[in-house]
Design a protein. Structure first.
Length: 589
């Protein structure tokens, strides 16, 4: 005798759900209906079907299974999985140790939850963990002092780690991007901290300076911290020594901003080291090109002969052994002309106000008028373009059209300088290489905003240097993560197509068709919603790692990863990571 639930079709009406009994009489099967279940809720019908099949019914869900703890996990799986694919643990040190695990945890935590070392220790400890990072690495309880000791270990490992990154991303004849930035301290005393000064001479918060070396594609390779009173050009010598002594690269093109790779730095640092360079001329250097080098000779730069969005090569005795690549950006020329005219008009308005005060006898005497002019006339920084005449009872002015014209002829013109021959680096490639400095600026923005290198919470110079280096390694992870997840982000993931659409690197930047479609639809080609990088990590974090227990063994739990959404599944496909397998292999190892 058996019981079962049958579903009986009923033509155009809903099917009948019957609880029936069946038994055998000789060779025949007899059935009878015990109850009509058609009006019961579907969930109750499923429960009755489970019971009659021999299953067990529970009074509530917790009696069947209990989730003891749920930790955000998806973003940790993405970051840790990528770190292992990149071989970052082995780059940190070939031998596994607690310091290496703590360094890997601090780098990963910096990528999604930047905080002080004490707060990071609490995030990693089992009792106060807010993600699966600590449990997956098996760190146990983490003390704040342990992370400070880890900083000492990391700083000692910095030369070897940077050497490994250089071997991976720099080859013979590579180009190196270099730039510097400053960051501030909050209420901490440190030998590296110095008060900075704004352009108006006012003293502001204590700051430090650090320089970042990147490969041509923007991948960070090395970082160095300097005292806050260090001038940008003076940091070049240290980077030259880094490239030569530690990286051992035979031929490198050093690419730096025009305010840093100056003629003095080229003469004193780059040339003696045998390094090539790509930089740009400042305004004073460009004006030298307007001068005639000798009788019956034309000046190296003739603005009237330049073609818009083109690169013209020239040479000058003032810059021996260098190729000078002159570019004209017509859009920048128009913008600077418009802005100059606005500033001139605003300055004339200021002068008219002063003249009205003189005429109304509210401002008297030549000395008083001169003081007022000296205070207000250069507020827009264009007083040099005016000829101002002051008497005891009058103020007059005229524009210096010769100076305005001399400045206007250089509008939209910039000159890239390089020591590389045309065979090694073509004209367009040299301009493109200099424009790649934007990759370093992008790195600075991420390190300062998303990774929050500031404010600095450690005190000693060694810990500050290690903290900045840790932030650089976190950016290295973030940089690789963004490249792989680019199809899901609100950014151009087909830059090669955008670059191919330009006939010259000095033409305006264009977006690819894929980026234009993203901007219009805010969806991927598969119909998934697009994210910024921080919100994508937040979305991945909703995939939880659950500690599950069963009624028969409440003290024994097992890990169970939630089912990913279509967007999360797509992200893990791009990263080539399986969250379930990742957890199993991590906990087993």
């Amino acid at each position: 005798m058996s019981f079962h639930v049958d579903t009986i079709p009923n033509r155009n009406s809903p099917p009948a759900i019957l609880l029936r009994q069946a038994w055998r009489e000789g060779k025949r099967i007899r059935r009878r209906t015990i109850a009509n279940l058609s009006k019961l809720p579907p969930a109750l019908i499923d429960g009755i079907r489970t019971v009659v099949r021999g299953g067990v019914a529970f009074p509530d869900l917790e009696a069947a299974v209990s989730i003891r703890r749920a930790l955000p996990h998806g973003h940790v799986a993405a970051i840790l999985g990528l770190a292992r694919q990149l071989g970052l643990p082995r780059i940190l040190h070939r031998t596994a140790s607690r310091d290496r695990d703590l360094a890997l945890a601090a780098i990963a935590a910096r990528a999604f939850a930047p905080d002080s070392k004490l707060a990071t220790a609490r995030r990693l400890s089992p009792e106060t963990a807010d993600s699966s990072l600590g449990p997956l690495l098996g760190l146990g309880h983490v003390h704040g002092n342990e992370l400070l000791q880890m900083l000492d270990w990391l700083l000692n490992r910095q030369p070897w780690i940077e050497k490994s990154l250089a071997n991976r991303h720099l080859k013979g004849g590579a180009t190196l991007l270099y730039d510097v930035t400053s960051s501030y301290f909050e209420g901490r005393r440190c030998p590296l901290a110095h008060f900075g000064y704004s352009r108006d001479g006012k003293r502001h918060r204590k700051q430090m300076v650090f320089g970042l070396l990147c490969a041509a594609d923007g991948s960070p390779v090395a970082v160095q911290v300097f005292p806050g009173n260090t001038a940008d050009p003076s940091t070049v010598a240290d980077q030259v020594a880094t490239i030569r002594r530690r990286f051992g690269i035979e031929r490198v093109a050093f690419i730096g901003d025009r305010g840093m790779v100056t003629t003095a730095r080229i003469r004193e640092d780059l040339q003696p080291a045998g390094l090539d360079w790509v930089s740009a001329l400042n305004t004073r250097g460009i004006r030298k090109l307007l001068k005639t080098p000798g009788p019956d000779q034309l000046p190296p730069l003739r603005p009237g002969e330049l073609l818009p969005d083109a690169v013209a090569e020239t040479h000058s005795p003032d810059f021996p052994g260098e190729r000078l690549l002159v570019c004209l950006n017509p859009r920048l020329r128009e913008e600077r002309a418009r802005k100059r005219e606005d500033l001139l008009r605003d300055t004339e308005t200021i002068l008219r106000d002063i003249a009205a005060a003189v005429q109304n006898k509210r401002l008297r005497g030549k000395d008083a008028i001169n003081r007022r002019v000296g205070r207000d006339a250069n507020r827009k920084k264009v007083e040099k373009h005016f000829r101002i005449h002051v008497t005891d009872d009058q103020l007059t002015w005229t524009r210096r059209q010769d100076r305005i014209a001399a400045e206007a002829q250089l509008d939209g013109i910039y000159v890239v300088r390089t020591s590389l021959a045309a065979e090694a680096l073509g004209n367009h490639a040299a301009v493109e290489a200099y424009k790649n400095l934007a990759n370093v600026e992008r790195a600075f923005r991420s390190i300062k905003s998303l990774l929050q290198v500031r404010p600095v919470f450690v005190r000693t110079s060694a810990h500050v240097r290690a903290h900045v280096f840790l932030c650089m390694l976190a950016y290295y992870l973030q940089w690789n993560l963004r490249r792989r997840l680019a199809p899901l982000l609100l950014e151009d993931d087909d830059r090669d197509a955008a670059r191919a659409a330009r006939s010259s690197p000095v033409q305006p930047a264009r977006v690819s068709e894929a980026a234009a479609r993203k901007a219009n639809t805010r969806q991927t080609a598969d119909g998934l919603p697009l994210h910024s990088f921080p919100t994508l990590l937040a979305d991945l974090a909703t995939l939880t790692l659950n500690e599950v227990t069963l009624p028969g063994s409440p003290d024994a739990g097992f890990p169970l990863v939630a089912r990913p959404t279509p967007l999360q599944q797509r992200a893990f496909q791009l990263l080539d990571i399986q969250p379930d397998n990742f957890v199993a292999s991590t906990l087993a190892g």
